[in-house]
Design a protein around this ligand. Structure first.
Ligand code: XBP
Ligand code: MG
Length: 233
């Protein structure tokens, strides 16, 4: 069967954003910066996808005293690399787990012959760490598109367009699973019918463009998801 389910990562496969937030704060502290992103501020900063882009957004829109005037790109890259090291070690220590229903959906979809892919804004090392700890590796996913593999991050369609290209599938042969409005807009802009499973940071987002909103994937009839593929239109 030539159909695929394309999964987002953060907030979808797993509720990882609190771990990301704490990893950012660890990197800031290690750099001697007096920056601390609490949950309320992080909720606002999540409007911008991509950790490097989010740090720049914080500096430009929320003050960010202590960042150098010269060489800011390189500074942000190094700060973010340290954050990624902190995040991947927190994930490797077992801090995060798959959201309820995700493992069952992966196993059931595979059993029915669906191809599986990932389209995420997060850094590839973060995906490897999460899949390694929760699924024993990335073997379930034929295609993994992540982070800087595309020029424009979500809500731009680039990462989903890349996943479709690497799968060699038309958008209507697929269904995307997302948690946020940025992710929904990205998948829909790529023409992919999208199921949203709202998470802790995205429960109040506008999901008008979603083909289906599932509050509890563990209680969902997966057929409602599968039947969204192959509906040309
Ligand atoms: C979520 C993001 C990422 C993470 C942080 O990605 O926008 O930026 O918040 O990870 P998605 P990085 O929902 O598309 O999985 O710091 O590695 O960007
Ligand atoms: Mg997400």
């Amino acid at each position: 069967m030539n159909k695929a389910i394309v999964f987002d990562v953060d907030g979808t496969l797993s509720e990882t954003e609190e771990t990301h937030r704490r990893a950012f704060n660890r990197a800031f502290e290690a750099a001697g910066l007096a920056w601390h992103w609490d949950s309320e501020l992080y909720d606002r900063l999540l409007a911008v996808t991509g950790g490097k882009e989010r740090i720049r957004y914080f500096i430009e829109s929320f003050g960010g005293q202590g960042a150098p005037a010269e060489g800011l790109d390189a500074y942000i890259r190094e700060l973010h690399a340290n954050k990624t090291r902190a995040y991947t070690s927190m994930v490797a220590s077992g801090e995060v787990e798959l959201r309820p229903g995700i493992r069952a959906l992966i196993d059931d979809a595979k059993a029915r012959g669906f191809r599986l892919a990932i389209a995420t804004t997060t850094t590839p090392a973060n995906v490897d760490a999460l899949l390694g700890v929760t699924l024993g590796g990335s073997g379930d996913f034929e295609v993994i598109c992540a982070g800087d593999s595309v020029a424009n991050k979500k809500p731009a369609p680039d990462v989903y367009d890349l996943a479709l290209e690497e799968l060699g599938l038309a958008a209507h042969r697929c269904v995307a699973i997302e948690d946020s409005r940025n992710g929904l807009l990205s998948a829909v802009a790529a023409g992919i019918p999208t199921v949203v499973t709202p998470g802790i940071y995205t429960a109040r987002h506008d999901f008008s463009e979603a083909a289906l909103v599932v509050d509890d994937l563990a209680a969902c009839d997966f057929e409602e998801i599968y039947r969204l593929t192959g509906q040309a239109g």
